[in-house]
Design a protein around this ligand. Structure first.
Ligand code: ZN
Length: 318
């Protein structure tokens, strides 16, 4: 469960990731929250606009049309790689989709692709994607011939990574509309596995540290080798007793950095390796952010909140 980013945090996350952003008037308060819930959010969805030209595409996505009122996304990504912000709330971009796909996106446990969607907007059992996904509409005719310039693909990568990083998600939280709804084909002209590989690579770096890439062909994700042991991405929960022993461990430092990144840091100095009262207060803020209250938000790490924090893998024996 993740609370949607505020307009300020969304903007800051995009800028920190090196995205060129244009704030269109009214974007902070343009939404469809009166038509349904916005959040908890679980991922990012990529679309193509079936339109051309930045200004016309932004106007289309901002205003929508009679049968589909705007905003139609949060940001429009044009061919020059500029992200045009038009909404910070619920937007009409995803429609209904497959609950099985949502479950796999939440778990971030699929391989190259999530399972093929069997539901679509209006079908029995479809779930409301407009509540659950940030949406980026990318300017392209969607005919499979209209090119995707390198700058535009890089902006898709950066914008997706920005949202993932802000929420502590992996690249598996980024899907295409066609991966959500059996009635959709977008985006067409590049593959989502290749885009997820790019986002995953970016998420291993410090924001903004990757140089701008010249046009480079994208490669599909490498299949993982079966049977080969891999280092886990995240530090497993070390157990409640680990913390009551007032440990000194690099895992505590890594945890503290994640708490700071989530806006929960209560550190005057640090974070450092020794478990302190500042760690406990920071962790309590994280538990409250997750929706825990009372004794469940006492700052003593538990498995659920620890797993949600996604502390990078640091040590085999914490
Ligand atoms: Zn779409």
């Amino acid at each position: 469960m993740a609370t949607p980013l505020t307009a300020d945090r969304l903007l800051a996350a995009l800028r920190a990731e090196g995205v060129t952003v244009v704030e269109h008037p009214g974007w902070r308060t343009r939404h469809r929250n009166h038509k349904g819930v916005w959040g908890p959010v679980n991922g990012v969805m990529i679309h193509h606009t079936v339109s051309s030209g930045s200004a016309a595409s932004v106007a289309l996505c901002r205003d929508g049309y009679a049968s589909l009122p705007g905003p139609l996304c949060h940001g429009v990504i044009d061919k020059a790689g500029t992200v045009h912000l038009i909404s910070a709330g619920r937007a009409n971009h995803a429609g209904g989709g497959d609950p099985a796909v949502l479950a796999r996106v939440v778990a971030e446990d699929y391989g190259d692709r999530p399972p093929a969607p069997r539901a679509h907007d209006g079908s029995a059992g479809a779930v409301d994607g407009n509540a659950r996904f940030y949406g980026f509409e990318c300017v392209n005719l969607g005919d499979g011939k209209d090119p995707w310039p390198a700058a535009q693909l890089e902006a898709i990568e950066r914008a997706s990574a920005a949202v993932c990083r802000a929420h502590g998600w992996s690249a598996r939280s980024v899907i295409g509309h066609a991966e959500w709804s059996a009635a959709k084909i977008d985006p067409r002209g590049f593959t989502m596995p290749s885009m997820r590989t790019r986002v995953a690579t970016r998420l291993t770096t410090t924001p903004g540290s990757l140089p701008k890439q010249p046009s480079k062909p994208s490669h599909p994700a490498k299949p993982t080798q079966p049977g080969k042991p891999t280092t886990p991405r995240y530090q497993p929960f070390p157990g409640a007793s680990f913390f009551t022993a007032r440990p000194s461990s690099p895992v505590i430092t890594a945890m503290g950095r994640r708490l700071v990144a989530e806006g929960c840091g209560a550190y005057a100095v640090g974070p450092g390796p020794r478990w302190t009262e500042a760690d406990r207060r920071s962790y309590a803020a994280w538990q409250r952010k997750l929706g825990f209250r009372g004794a469940d938000a006492d700052g003593r790490p538990g498995r659920t909140s620890w797993d949600a924090l996604k502390v990078p893998y640091t040590a085999k024996n914490p």
